[in-house]
Design a protein around this ligand. Structure first.
Ligand code: ATP
Ligand code: MG
Ligand code: MG
Length: 356
C-alpha cells in the first residue's frame, strides 16, 4: 500500500486521512502545531516547522507522494520536498493560487471571465484603479487572506487611504465590486492521466465572512450549471492539475441573463465540497487521495440532495440534537476547545433527489 504525505493537520487533513484509510492508503501528516485534528487519525505524524529541512527530508523519504490541505505552504518547502518525492498538485498550481494577482493573471490568460482587477502598490495605483471601476471596489491582500481577513470594501473614495493603510499599503489587488445574485462553487478533480471529474455546482451562503451553508442543487439555470462545470474543467486542465480543487464563482443576473465570474480558486479539498461525503458515491476526500496516489478517479455523481451546514464556535454544542435528526449526518473534527469563529464540525442534511 502507498503512504500519502499530507502537509497541514487541520480538519481537511483529518478527513483526507480518514478517506484514505478506507482504501488502505496510509497517511503521514506533517504540521507545526501540537495536537492538530489530523494527527489522531493518521498512521504517522511529524510535528515540525515548514522551514525544518531535515524534518522535511525525513518526511519525504517516508512517503510515496506529498500533498497539502492548505495553500500557504511556503514555496521553498514545496520545492525541497519535490527534490525527493512527487508533490501533487504541483508547485505551479501552488504558486499561482497563493497569490491573488498571479491567480487572476493565470485565469484571464486561460480565457476565464473574472471581475476587473488591478495591482495596487501605492495610493496612486489605488486611485487609478478606483477611476476604472466607478469609484468602488474590494481591496484584497495578494497573499494569506481567508474568511474575509485581508480585505476591505471601498464604497466611497474618502475611505480609500484608510483601507490602503489597514492592508499594509502594497502587495494588494483592487477588484471591481460585483453585484452578484448568488455565490456558487464547483469542486473538480483531475487525475495524473488527465481525466477530470466534477461535482455538481453548489450554492454557498456566508455568515460573518465564513461559509455557513452549501446547498445542492444550486438555484441556477441548467445552462449556468453546465457553464460552471466547463469553467472548472478549464481551470484544472490549464494548470495540468492533479488532485481536487475548489473554484469559487459569482452568479450575476438571473434567468436567461445569468452569467458567471470566477472569484478565486483553492488548490485543495474545499469546505463547499463537504456535502460530497454523504450525497455522492465518492467524496472529494477520497477523490483527492485517489488522484494524488495516481489511481483512477471515482464517480462524482450525486445520489441525494443535500444541505451542508458548518458548525462554527458554539454551534457545535448542538451536536446531540443533530445526532437525533433523521437524514442528518454529523462530522466533528475532534477540536478540544470551542472558540468563536472556529470551524468545529459540519452536518450534511440529506433528502431524496427531487425528481429522482
Ligand atoms: P475564503 O475563506 O473563501 O478563502 P477570502 O478571504 O479568500 O475567503 P474571497 O473569497 O476573495 O475572500 O472574498 C470573501 C467574500 O467577500 C466573497 O465570498 C464575497 O461574498 C465577497 N467578495 C469578495 N470579492 C468580491 C467582489 N469583487 N465583489 C463583491 N463581493 C466580493
Ligand atoms: Mg480565499
Ligand atoms: Mg473565497
Amino acid at each position: 500500500g502507498s503512504t500519502i504525505g499530507i502537509l497541514g493537520g487541520g480538519q481537511l487533513g483529518r478527513m483526507l486521512a480518514l478517506a484514505g484509510a478506507s482504501l488502505g492508503l496510509k497517511s503521514h501528516i506533517y504540521c507545526p502545531e501540537a495536537g492538530s485534528p489530523a494527527f489522531e487519525v493518521a498512521a504517522t505524524h511529524t510535528q515540525a516547522a515548514y522551514e525544518d529541512l531535515d524534518a522535511l527530508e525525513a518526511f519525504a523519504r517516508s512517503v510515496d507522494v506529498v500533498t497539502y490541505e492548505f495553500e500557504n505552504v511556503p514555496g521553498p518547502t514545496a520545492a525541497h520536498l519535490a527534490s525527493f518525492v512527487p508533490v501533487r498538485p504541483g508547485p505551479r498550481a501552488l504558486a499561482v493560487s497563493q497569490d491573488r494577482l498571479s491567480e487572476k493573471d493565470f485565469l484571464s490568460g486561460a480565457g476565464i471571465a473574472l471581475a476587473g482587477y488591478a495591482a495596487v502598490d501605492s495610493l496612486a495605483d489605488l486611485n487609478a484603479a478606483l477611476d476604472r471601476f466607478g469609484g468602488q471596489g474590494v481591496l484584497k491582500t495578494r497573499r494569506f487572506g481567508y474568511d474575509g481577513k485581508g480585505q476591505a470594501m471601498i464604497r466611497d473614495r474618502a475611505t480609500a487611504a484608510d483601507a490602503l493603510a489597514k492592508l499594509g499599503g502594497k502587495d494588494l489587488v483592487l477588484e471591481q465590486l460585483i453585484p452578484f445574485t448568488r455565490e456558487v462553487s464547483v469542486v473538480a478533480a483531475r487525475g495524473i492521466n488527465g481525466d477530470i471529474a466534477c461535482y455538481d455546482i453548489t450554492e454557498n451562503h456566508h455568515e460573518h465572512h465564513i461559509l455557513k451553508t452549501s446547498t445542492v442543487p444550486a438555484n441556477v439555470t441548467a445552462a449556468t450549471a453546465a457553464k460552471a462545470v466547463e469553467i472548472a474543467r478549464r481551470v484544472v486542465d490549464s494548470l495540468g492539475y492533479v488532485g481536487v480543487t475548489g473554484v469559487e464563482m459569482f452568479v450575476t443576473g438571473s434567468g436567461a441573463d445569468e452569467d458567471l465570474l470566477v472569484n478565486e480558486i483553492a488548490p485543495r479539498v474545499h469546505n463547499s465540497g463537504h456535502w460530497t461525503q454523504d450525497a455522492c458515491l465518492v467524496s472529494q476526500f477520497e477523490q483527492h487521495m485517489r488522484a494524488v496516489a495516481g489511481w483512477p478517479l471515482g464517480n462524482p455523481a450525486r445520489h441525494s440532495d443535500v444541505v451542508m451546514e458548518n458548525l462554527i464556535g458554539a454551534d457545535a454544542e448542538g451536536w446531540a440534537a443533530v445526532l437525533a435528526e433523521a437524514g442528518a449526518r454529523l462530522h466533528l473534527y475532534g477540536k478540544a476547545e470551542i472558540r468563536a469563529g472556529r470551524k468545529m464540525g459540519h452536518v450534511n442534511r440529506i433528502r431524496p433527489m427531487a425528481g429522482g
